[in-house]
Design a protein around this ligand. Structure first.
Ligand SMILES: [Zn+2]
Ligand SMILES: [Zn+2]
Length: 270
């Protein structure tokens, strides 16, 4: 029975009562054994035996943690993971608490590794607890790496590449519903194909592509432009609002254009 855990900062770390805790694990393991072993191989006696052994090992981990024997508790958890047992969140939280108590950064790292191995999708609770322990024990680089990984910050280069890919994809789609580039809006003396390319990368179209890859579907895009929108962009953006099913509100130096479902609020006069 775990009765020594207490944390005012992380009250949710308190494990549920022993009975619920136990029965949850029991169901969890039963499920695992049925799904991984051939039906004929799962005899009731064997399962009960394995489960009871697993239960004992978990009790042993709890006992080791209570005695602040962090290293042994980690070793035993590692063995259980190697044997294919599902380790529940509460056990990892208990281990982390134990690591924090023994002020061992190495143990926190080891437990962190075991968590990643056992639960590929780290829960927010474990994540915040890990980050706070790393900070408390001076593992600031570890905490930063953890945060970076969690936020999955895209590198600026990638976002730029994605934006350009998105703008090309958008043009393919609007061409299918009738977009024909109006190259009269390109004043440079270049060939037709280059003129079409140049129109495709006008800043407002890149802004729309960037908005599309950066916001959830359906979000209204708001774009500011300090010059007047060109006629070809106006036409392209109307069609874009239709293919992507988004409202696009654009403010140029003259007025607001509210694009929706292939038409603009200005009625093509601006
Ligand atoms: Zn334009
Ligand atoms: Zn308009």
């Amino acid at each position: 029975m775990i009765s020594t855990i207490s944390s005012t900062k992380f009250p949710q770390l308190l494990p549920p009562t022993h009975q619920i805790y136990k029965s949850k694990r029991f169901q969890f393991y039963c499920y695992a054994s049925i799904s991984t072993a051939p039906l004929s191989a799962v005899s009731t006696t064997n399962s009960t035996c394995v489960i009871s052994n697993f239960e004992n090992q978990i009790h042993e981990i709890e006992r080791l943690c209570e005695q602040s024997n962090t290293e042994a508790a980690i070793l035993l958890t590692e063995q259980l993971i190697k044997d294919g047992f599902p380790i529940q969140l509460q056990i990892f939280l208990l281990l982390l608490q134990c690591c924090a108590g023994s002020r061992s950064l190495a143990s926190v790292r080891k437990t962190h590794y075991l968590i990643t191995r056992s639960q590929p999708k780290t829960s927010t609770l474990v994540f915040s607890y890990l980050a706070s322990i790393y900070c408390k024990l001076g593992g600031l680089t570890d905490a930063r790496q953890l945060l970076d990984k969690k936020l999955q910050k895209p590198k600026p280069g990638n976002k730029r590449k994605e934006t350009y890919e998105k703008v090309r994809e958008l043009h393919k789609e609007i061409r299918e519903i009738g977009y024909v580039p109006d190259t009269r809006y390109v004043l440079q003396d270049i060939d037709e194909e280059a003129k079409e390319q140049s129109l495709m990368y006008h800043s407002e179209r890149l802004a729309i592509a960037f908005g599309l890859i950066s916001t959830p579907p359906g979000t209204t895009l708001r774009i500011m432009k300090n010059l007047r929108i060109c006629g070809d962009c106006h036409n392209a953006v109307k069609l874009m609002s239709k293919v992507v099913e988004r409202e696009i509100i654009m403010r140029d130096n003259k007025r607001f254009h509210h694009f929706r479902d292939g038409v603009c609020s200005c009625g093509d006069f601006w």
